[in-house]
Design a protein around this ligand. Structure first.
Ligand SMILES: [Zn+2]
Length: 346
C-alpha cells in the first residue's frame, strides 16, 4: 500500500511551471535565457524557487512544487544533462505533429551522467513541510523533441529514457518528494504508440517507486501553435478517450488533465474511474482570472465521474507564459473554488 500524501479533501496543486521572477528570466517567455551566470545564477534559482513556493503557500495551495524555477524548459533542461545527445547538431522536426522546431540529435547511447534535479528537490524539501510534487518529462514527450540518429526507433529510445527517468525518480523519492509527475502531452497525439508501448515505458519509469506517481496529459501551454491546433479539433475533444482505458489499468496513481474551458467532454473521466484525477480547473491560455465560482462549477462537474477522495483540483497546464500577478490570481481562485466545493461535500 502506497502512503497517501495528505489528509485534506480536494487538495490543490499546479500542473507544473509557474512564472519566473523578472530578475532571473524574461517574463512571459518560454525558453527565456537566464539573466544571471554561474554562482549568481545558482543563488538566483534558489531565490526564485523560494519566491514561487511562497506564492503557492500564500494562495493556499496544498501540494506545492518548485514552480520549475531551475529549468528553462520542461523537457530540454532534463535532456541537456544526459550523454548521447548533441545539442550543436540540430535537425528540424515536427513536434507533436504540430509545429516545426530545430531540435538536438541523438548521436549515441543515452545515459545520465549524474542526478539532474535531485539537489533542487532537496532544497525545496528543506523549505516546506507540505507535500511536494516534482515534474519530469515523460519518455514519449522526450523522444518527440529530438532527432534520433542512433537508435532509429522511437520505442527503443523511449525505453532508454524510461530507464534514466527511473534512476532520477528513485533519487527524487529518496530526497523526500511525495508525488513524481511525468509530463506526457504527446499522449494526446500518438494514440497507437501510447497503447503499443507509451504506457509500458511510463510504467518502466515508475518501477519500484513507493511515492505516488502522476501523468500529466494536456493540450499544451497557451502558445500560438497550440491555440491554432486547438481550433482544428472541433467542439468535442475526445483524444483522452483513446488512451484512458489502458491508463485506467496501468500502475500510475494519478492522472492530471485539462478540463476547464476546454472541449473535453467531462464524462470521459468515467473511463478512468478508480484513479486519482488532477482536474484542471484553471485555464492557462488566457489572462482572465477565474472566479472561485467558475472553479467550483468545473469541480462539481468532475465530481460526477471522480470520487471526492480522489479529486485533486489543479491547473490545466503550466503557467510560465503568464504574468506573475495573473498566475497568482489564478492560484488564489483555485484555492477558493476548492474550498467552496469542500464545504458542500463535507
Ligand atoms: Zn501541460
Amino acid at each position: 500500500m502506497k502512503k497517501s500524501t495528505h489528509n485534506t479533501l480536494l487538495p490543490t496543486s499546479t500542473a507544473g511551471s509557474l512564472p519566473k521572477p523578472l530578475w532571473i528570466a524574461q517574463p512571459k517567455t518560454l525558453w527565456s535565457p537566464w539573466k544571471l551566470q554561474d554562482k549568481a545564477l545558482a543563488v538566483g534559482k534558489q531565490d526564485a524557487l523560494r519566491l514561487s513556493l511562497l506564492d503557492q503557500q500564500q494562495a493556499g495551495i496544498d501540494i506545492v512544487s518548485d514552480g520549475e524555477q531551475t529549468r528553462q524548459h520542461f523537457v530540454t533542461t532534463f535532456i541537456e544533462h544526459l550523454n548521447g545527445v548533441d545539442f550543436k547538431r540540430r535537425e528540424t522536426v515536427k513536434i507533436r505533429d504540430r509545429y516545426e522546431a530545430s531540435v538536438p540529435t541523438v548521436v549515441g547511447p543515452v545515459s545520465r551522467q549524474k542526478p539532474v534535479f535531485v539537489e533542487d528537490a532537496k532544497f525545496l524539501r528543506q523549505q516546506t513541510d507540505k507535500p511536494i510534487k516534482w515534474a519530469l518529462p515523460g519518455p514519449m514527450t522526450m523522444i518527440d523533441t529530438l532527432y534520433d540518429d542512433h537508435y532509429k526507433s522511437r520505442e527503443k529510445l523511449a525505453w532508454e529514457f524510461a530507464k534514466i527517468l527511473n534512476q532520477e525518480a528513485k533519487e527524487l523519492e529518496a530526497a523526500g518528494v511525495d508525488i513524481i509527475q511525468f509530463d506526457e502531452p504527446a499522449f494526446n497525439v500518438f494514440f497507437d504508440e501510447v497503447n503499443d508501448w507509451g504506457i509500458a515505458c511510463l510504467e518502466h519509469a515508475i518501477e519500484g517507486l513507493k511515492c505516488e506517481t502522476a501523468v500529466h496529459i494536456c493540450y499544451g501551454y497557451g502558445i500560438q501553435a497550440n491555440t491554432d491546433w486547438k481550433k482544428t479539433l472541433g467542439t468535442d475533444w475526445r483524444q483522452y478517450e483513446k488512451v484512458f482505458p489502458k491508463l485506467q489499468k496501468s500502475n500510475i496513481d494519478i492522472i492530471s488533465l485539462e478540463c476547464h474551458n476546454s472541449h473535453v467532454p467531462m464524462e470521459l473521466l468515467e473511463l478512468i474511474r478508480g484513479k486519482k484525477v488532477m482536474v484542471g480547473a484553471i485555464d492557462v491560455a488566457n489572462n482572465n482570472v477565474e472566479t472561485p465560482e467558475e472553479v467550483a462549477a468545473t469541480l462539481r462537474e468532475a465530481l460526477k465521474y471522480v470520487d471526492a477522495d480522489k479529486l485533486y483540483p489543479c491547473t490545466n497546464c503550466g503557467m510560465t507564459p503568464l504574468a506573475s500577478e495573473i498566475a497568482n490570481g489564478k492560484l488564489a481562485a483555485l484555492s477558493a473554488g476548492a474550498e467552496i466545493v469542500r464545504n458542500e461535500i463535507k
